[in-house]
Design a protein around this ligand. Structure first.
Ligand code: AMP
Ligand code: GLY
Length: 420
């Protein structure tokens, strides 16, 4: 089976790494990256439009295409593939608005009575300032359109909010600040049936202790203990099932949730797998993923099942100097082999081959992923591997997965844990 993966980041390398282990699979990345080139073939993308991607799939005669990032989904790549009768995993353009517009998503949530933060849509600066008075501080400001995880500002006081307003352009969602633990809940859907993946937790802020500006995600871990069985049921019943039913959602529905004292509330929808979440997810998945993906693309997900290894997995993102702000590229990367010799898997997020070998090419450069019998072991193994890798200006969070440890250290768990 020829499997084409659209995209070239850490999520796509993790998918390619996992799918390349599927018996009889040949994996292609468009455009891919040097990590994907180790498990499959990379194909250039001269035209990143829906028709351009379709042309690549036709030329390869791909049996299945998995769309990694949101931009092609929002542009309608799935509509183009379906019209041509090609199997594809992803939502159509209409359903992709759940991620493509925060205003659309909030209005959808409100209309469906799905729990989410109280909000106001601000068409202009004046509306936004009025909304600040309504919610007090901290307050959350979100740009309407796609922003690679960087269009959201949590402002602690008025001066931070004013500074954010000067930077965020166009229509905004201004919303109530929610407290609790964040969970990434991702489900594979076929328009009717839903196959939940194991729960993960991302680390959005750039610095330890959740300080500093938001990024695309500085690390994530996957652990059944993140959600209890009743919590998983509540998320499915209150968030995922109603959304899939109303939108006939196909592909990956990702609910970014705050687990508040009043239950789960939706922070955002994404219409694709999370990055870095996909890295610990693929690492921990025991089943062959290809049959489930094909079943989702063909609308017969009903009987599909996924098994997970019992121990948690942890992914630490190594970022470029200055990220999430402007960053240099072209810095030589060393030590990946040594890191992998310790048992970790190093996923490539923003790398390229230069004349002197592998070098940095993005804000998030690598995702160092390891597992273990328990969370402490998985964390220790991931960081032992991280310490083998060097590039100038490299920075990373030192506390990925630490919050998860509190679940085991004295905090009682509500009910049995669950992999969904
Ligand atoms: P979003 O892209 O909407 O998920 O926002 C990015 C990040 O900002 C989230 O992962 C949260 O860490 C934070 N965030 C967003 N909305 C809220 C909220 N209403 N309350 C607290 N934190 C939020
Ligand atoms: N890690 C968050 C995201 O993929 O949007």
């Amino acid at each position: 089976m020829k499997i084409l993966i659209l995209g070239g980041g850490g999520r796509e390398h993790a998918l390619a790494w996992k799918l390349a282990q599927s018996p009889g699979a040949a994996v292609f990345g468009a455009p891919g990256n040097p990590g994907i080139a180790r498990v499959g073939a990379c194909v250039p993308v001269p035209d990143a439009s829906p028709e351009g991607f379709l042309a690549i799939a036709e030329k390869l005669d791909a049996d299945l295409t998995v769309v990694g990032p949101e931009a092609p989904l929002v542009a309608g790549v799935v509509d183009a593939f379906r019209a041509a009768g090609r199997a594809v995993v992803g939502p159509d353009r209409t359903a992709a608005r759940l991620e493509g517009s925060k205003v659309f998503a909030k209005n959808f949530l409100a209309q469906m009575a799905i729990p989410t933060a109280q909000y106001v849509i601000a068409e202009n600066d004046l509306d936004a300032r009025r909304a600040l008075d309504r919610f007090g501080f901290p307050v959350v400001l979100k740009a309407d359109g796609l922003a690679a995880g960087k269009g959201v500002v949590v402002a602690r006081d008025r001066s931070e909010a004013e500074a954010a307003l000067a930077n965020l352009k166009g229509r905004l969602v201004v919303e109530e600040f929610l407290r609790g633990e964040e969970v990434s809940f991702i489900a594979l859907c076929d328009g009717r049936d839903v196959l939940p993946l194991a729960p993960t937790q991302d680390h959005k802020a750039v610095f330890d202790g959740d300080a500093g500006p938001n990024t695309g995600g500085m690390g994530a871990y996957c652990d059944a203990a993140i959600l209890s069985e009743p919590q998983t049921k509540e998320i499915l019943n209150r968030v995922i099932y109603p959304t899939v039913e109303a939108t006939r959602f196909t592909g990956f529905l990702y609910a970014g949730l705050m687990m508040t004292d009043a239950g789960p509330k939706v922070l955002e929808f994404n219409v694709r797998m999370g990055d870095p979440e996909t890295q610990p997810l693929m690492h921990r998945m025991a089943s062959d993923f290809a049959p489930a993906l094909l079943a989702a693309a063909e609308g017969r997900l009903g009987s599909a099942r996924l098994e997970w290894r019992p121990g948690p997995s942890v992914c630490v993102v190594l970022a470029s100097e200055g990220y999430p702000g402007a960053y240099p590229t072209g810095r030589p990367i060393h030590g990946i082999e040594c890191a992998e010799a310790l048992g970790a898997t190093v996923f490539h997020a923003g790398t390229r081959l230069g004349s002197n070998g592998l070098e940095t090419a993005g804000g998030r450069v690598l995702g160092v992923t390891a597992d273990g019998a328990d969370l402490t072991t998985a964390i220790d193994r991931a960081y032992a591997a991280v310490r083998e890798i060097r590039f100038e200006g490299m920075h990373y969070r030192a506390d990925i997965g630490r919050k998860g440890l509190q679940r085991y250290n004295g905090k009682t768990q509500r009910g049995r844990s669950s992999d969904g």
